[in-house]
Design a protein around this ligand. Structure first.
Ligand code: SF4
Length: 73
């Protein structure tokens, strides 16, 4: 089965750090500018729930989950 893919838009990120606090195994903050750093574009299953929660708490909508590509029919 395919894994949903995450993307983080550093242009939209305001460095609030909610994602890194909510899902520290998936997101970090850049030590230089405080903007989001994506640690996994395809989060391991164990971190999917936290990653989804982080998408919900991000105040700027900078992180997005993309539906997995459908498996070959
Ligand atoms: S929660 Fe959103 S705005 Fe805050 S650091 Fe993460 S991506 Fe950026």
């Amino acid at each position: 089965m395919s894994t949903p893919r995450l993307s983080a838009d550093r242009e939209s990120c305001i460095g609030a750090g909610m994602c890194a606090m909510t899902a520290p195994d998936v997101f970090d903050q850049d030590p230089d500018d405080g903007l989001v750093l994506l640690l996994h574009t395809e989060p391991p299953a164990a971190h999917l729930a936290a990653a989804r929660m982080a998408v919900g708490v991000c105040p700027s909508g900078a992180i997005t989950f993309h539906a997995p590509e459908p498996d070959h029919a």
